[in-house]
Design a protein around this ligand. Structure first.
Ligand code: 5GP
Ligand code: MG
Ligand code: MG
Length: 183
């Protein structure tokens, strides 16, 4: 099938993502085999990645739990991070847990830094950051990604959960949005 008409190019295809997510799941299964991990997705952007990733964590570690937090840093019709982050934590207690924080993309790192600080202050035993996409070149904080799907070039991408103004989340691949769609 042809990509969506607003997509300039597909960066990571369904197949690329499927292969990589399966590898990531295996790696997490072995790292967390005996740690009863709490896999914490950051809404909204991570919802597609979370669904695929948690089902790839095989064999399933005993006591693996799934929860979601919510973070918002982008103001509406903008492709730039606002720097201010609203966070709503998940419903499960994190005290004493080995948390696997699952992000769609780490850009400046502001959102993630904020979340990790909150989790550690709430008593998480450990907190590892797993991101589908790592836009390393844009980082302004010192957050490190423990496990990344792909390194992402400095372009505004959508699909596989990632939006522009709430659109394009359902695309099954990650692609670069045509500049005329956000200018
Ligand atoms: P950060 O706080 O690291 O700058 O930004 C994190 C959030 O900004 C991500 O969770 C994501 O929602 C959004 N973001 C950053 N870069 C992109 C991008 O290229 N495309 C989209 N759709 N969202 C992005
Ligand atoms: Mg995110
Ligand atoms: Mg967004």
């Amino acid at each position: 099938m042809e990509p969506h008409e607003d997509i300039a190019k597909v960066l990571f295809s369904e197949e690329d993502i499927r292969t990589r997510v399966a590898e990531m799941g295996k790696e997490l299964a072995s790292l967390y085999e005996t740690k009863q991990p709490l896999v914490l997705g950051v809404l909204s952007g991570s919802f597609v990645f979370m669904a695929d990733l948690v089902r790839s964590i095989q064999p399933v570690p005993t006591g693996l739990h799934v929860d979601f937090a919510r973070a918002r840093s982008y103001a509406g019709k903008s492709t730039l991070s606002s720097g201010e982050v609203d966070v709503i934590m998940g419903k499960l207690p994190v005290r004493g847990r080995h948390v696997i924080l699952v992000e769609d993309i780490v850009d400046t790192g502001n959102t993630t830094k904020h979340l990790i600080k909150g989790l550690m202050e709430s008593g998480a035993e450990t907190c590892a950051l797993v991101a589908l996409l790592n836009k390393k070149c844009r980082r302004v904080t010192d957050v490190g990604v423990s496990l990344e799907g792909f390194e992402c070039p400095d372009e505004f991408v959508v699909g596989y959960g990632l939006d522009f103004n709430e659109e394009y989340r359902s695309l099954p691949y990650v692609g670069v949005l045509k500049p005329q769609c956000y200018q």
